[in-house]
Design a protein around this ligand. Structure first.
Ligand SMILES: Nc1ncnc2c1ncn2[C@@H]1O[C@H](COP(=O)(O)O)[C@@H](OP(=O)(O)O)[C@H]1O
Ligand SMILES: CCc1ccc(OS(=O)(=O)O)cc1
Length: 295
């Protein structure tokens, strides 16, 4: 019998029932016992929600708008990805251990899997979320370009997997709700990709206030200009072109692909959209969390 393209067992295992890259799981012990520092800032997202965008904004705030300093190194070195480990050239825990404070830590973990020391040290945490339909589209292309993933099949086939939570980091519905439950914690700031798209100035000011920083108008202008989709797409330190093509093949589609609200409309059929909506209502029943899927 021909093996199913959805036989993920080669690449993925599970942590607390959540699908996860096997390579990451091999070193999970180091993630669990990771020693946070009180001045760590944690940026958390479900994959494909705008992690790179908000990371660049944060690093620019930390570097007081010094664009050239930011350009000197790739975003995945300036904001290390905690649980990432490919046994060759990626080891988030090691990168962070070797880094001077203050550190910005990237993770995709749901709230209940965040290493305890971040909570114990009362670290500030920013959780950025994006509507599920656009995340599903972005994730589909990510599966195609990052070679660690199996073939995602057709878009409707991938959406089934997404709805079941059978993708790395599990169910979007569960992930967003674990963090939404933390919204009243003053050390947690919840942001929405759609808000960043609609009024970036307002959101950068909100982020700066959360960090206890006041930005001048000039600094705000610099940050907004440098983190626009076009600027980040053309910038090797943010567009992931520094990742070897054996790991990420951007000839298929660029990492900074569209950067829009509502691209899902170009991918969902009417029938798939209706099915998704019914399932969405079931999954999010009783939740006060509301996301915009269009402008
Ligand atoms: N400056 C920016 N403005 C808008 N979207 C951005 C952006 N930088 C990255 N993105 C989008 O964020 C998504 C990647 O998220 P992450 O960094 O979490 O992996 C991609 O979405 P699309 O695939 O819809 O284009 C990417 O284009
Ligand atoms: C090890 C390759 C890999 C896999 C997944 C990644 O996730 S994300 O870019 O942060 O969404 C990154 C690298």
């Amino acid at each position: 019998m021909e093996p199913s393209k959805f036989d993920y067992s080669e690449n993925f295992g599970r942590i607390n029932g959540i699908l996860m890259y096997k390579l990451f799981l091999k070193y999970w012990n180091n993630v669990e016992k990771f020693e946070a520092r009180p001045d760590d800032l944690v940026v958390v997202t479900y994959p494909k929600s705008g992690t790179t965008w908000v990371s660049e904004i944060l690093d620019l705030i930390y570097k007081e708008g010094d664009v050239e300093k930011c350009r000197k190194d790739a975003i995945f070195n300036r904001v290390p990805f905690l649980e990432c480990n490919n046994e060759i050239n990626m080891n988030g825990v090691k990168q962070l251990e070797d880094m001077n404070s203050p550190r910005i830590v990237k993770t995709h973990l749901p709230a209940d899997l965040l290493p305890a020391s971040f909570w114990d040290n009362n670290c500030k945490i920013i959780y950025l979320m994006r509507n599920a339909k656009d995340v599903a589209v972005s994730y589909y292309y990510f599966f195609k370009i990052v070679t660690i993933h199996p073939d995602p099949g057709s878009f409707p086939e991938f959406v089934e997997k997404f709805m079941e939570g059978e993708v790395p980091y599990g169910s979007w519905y569960n992930h967003t709700q674990t963090w939404w439950e933390k919204r009243k914690n003053p050390r947690v700031l919840i942001l929405f990709y759609e808000d960043l798209k609609m009024d970036i100035r307002k959101e950068v000011i909100k982020i700066a206030q959360f960090l206890g920083k006041k930005l001048s108008e000039d600094l705000l202008d610099t940050i907004i200009k440098h983190t626009s989709f076009q600027e980040m797409k053309n910038n090797p330190s943010t567009n992931y072109t520094l990742v070897p093509s054996e790991i990420m093949n951007q000839e298929i589609v660029p990492f900074l692909r569209k950067g829009d609200i509502g691209d899902w409309k170009n991918h969902f059929t009417v029938a798939l959209n209706e099915k998704f909506d019914v399932h969405y209502e079931q999954q999010m029943k009783g939740s006060t969390l509301k996301l915009r899927t269009e402008i």
